[in-house]
Ligand binder design. Structure first.
Ligand code: ADP
Length: 404
């Protein structure tokens, strides 16, 4: 028997995020995170409304973590029977998926093929799919891809200017990520503009620990800052974003190898690398305000790169109906929005300091003066998009006559 719930699973290499939705209203009834899996410090945090509980899961692996989540949800009577559907965030769908799909053996084989492009993420995502299939063999499982929304990129945006056979033989091209978030905030921006999404030209900036900007032309992603991997583009929490590819060879002459360079560019760069302190923007603000010059420098470079990339996105658009800020930094850091917009007056942006302050801190709305090109803060909700797509696909499965 089915429950009227949708379970969303985001299985990372050492973490497991989940969210349980009521399928009727698509309200999130519980969410949580099991982190540091495989270590003594592994913990499971479950949030229901405003209350949070944390339990130790020392040495637990993904399988134990998933079972603990299900046991907790069951004991609280939030999950009684099988979920109506289980939605999985899958990082890389390559060129095979431009939409969310019901998972079957063919889909699993395709996700496996894409593992070469996302070796840290796709195997973990597949593990989540396998474990949930063992626990709920008859519940439909749906894969929602970070790359899917960007499958509309034109060749001029997705090809690297390197030998073409590297694209045809190895799939080396730009794919883009954070697709569910860009798509979600674009839909909400279209509502605010009172226009259908396919009539909207937008730039969306997802600024969390990972950061990317996307140009959306008449509802479709036409350029985005992340590429073959989520390392390309903007400066991020610990990732460098764009660097001169010649850096690689130069660093090899200093004794570094591909593994140490990869580690440095992904984990020790960005805000953390430049500040020498942390990737956390809140802490950087405090440090900069108390006179720490490197923290201030890291913030400056972050804002400059952001403004520069937003400008680059304009090259793909006939007009800018609105710029949208989202993600932990985009939603909360009014200083970052103000500094970036201050560098973009050429596009007609005039910040309203008052709206920028009042529409930060997880509330949403316009942050520009009347007469300005519009900019909004819109909180993202990737779990909701996954739940929505899962519900759609699960219902579709119930209608065998309509299946192609
Ligand atoms: P993730 O990409 O891991 O999901 P988030 O979207 O939660 O990350 O974003 C994390 C970033 O958001 C961190 O740099 C954090 O400091 C920043 N952030 C969160 N709240 C605030 C705030 N009130 N002011 C400034 N930055 C914030």
């Amino acid at each position: 028997m089915n429950d009227n719930t949708i379970l969303v699973i985001n299985c990372g290499s050492s973490s497991l995020k989940f969210a349980l939705f009521n399928a009727a209203e698509l309200d999130c009834v519980a969410s949580g995170l099991a982190e540091k899996l495989g270590t003594t410090g592994a913990v499971l945090t479950i949030k229901i409304g405003n209350s949070k509980s944390t339990t130790s899961l020392a040495h637990a692996d993904h399988s134990i973590a998933i079972k603990s989540v299900i046991e907790s949800l069951t004991s609280m009577q939030l999950l009684i029977k099988d979920p109506l559907g289980i939605g999985h965030r899958v990082v890389h769908g390559g060129e095979a998926f431009s939409n969310s799909v019901l998972i079957d053996n063919r889909v699993i084989a395709e996700i496996e093929k894409c593992s070469a492009l996302a070796p840290l993420h796709n195997p973990a995502n597949l593990l989540g799919i396998k474990l949930m299939a063992e626990l709920y063999p008859s519940a439909p499982q749906v894969a929602v891809f970070d790359t899917a929304f960007h499958q509309s990129l034109p060749q001029a945006s997705y090809l690297y200017p390197i030998p073409y056979h590297l694209y045809t033989e190895h799939g080396i091209r730009r794919y883009g990520f954070h697709g569910t978030s860009h798509q979600y905030v674009a839909e909400l921006a279209a509502n605010k503009l009172n226009k259908p999404l396919d009539k909207c030209n937008l730039i969306t900036a997802h600024l969390g620990n990972g950061c990317s900007v996307t140009a959306i032309k008449q509802g479709l992603s036409v350029d985005t800052s992340m590429g073959l991997t989520p390392l390309e583009g903007l400066m991020m929490g610990t990732r460098s974003g764009d660097i001169d590819p010649g850096l690689f060879e130069f660093l090899c002459t200093t004794g570094m190898n591909s593994e140490s360079i990869n580690q440095m560019l992904n984990k020790e760069s960005g805000l953390k690398g430049l500040s020498g302190e942390t990737n956390d923007m809140r802490t950087l603000f405090k440090l900069a305000d108390s006179g720490n010059k490197r923290a201030a420098l890291a913030i400056d470079v972050f804002c400059f790169k952001l403004a520069k990339y937003i400008s680059a996105m304009a090259a793909s658009l006939p007009a800018i109906d609105a710029l949208v800020f989202t993600g932990g930094i985009g939603e909360n850091a009014d200083r970052i929005r103000a500094t970036a917009l201050g560098k973009l007056s050429i596009f007609g942006f005039k910040l309203s300091s008052e709206l920028n302050k009042s529409n930060g801190l997880r509330s949403e709305g316009r942050i520009t003066e009347s007469g300005s090109t519009l900019a909004y803060v819109i909180p993202t909700n990737e779990e909701l998009v996954i739940a929505r797509d899962t519900l759609k696909s699960a219902k579709y499965r119930e209608l065998p006559n309509q299946r192609g």
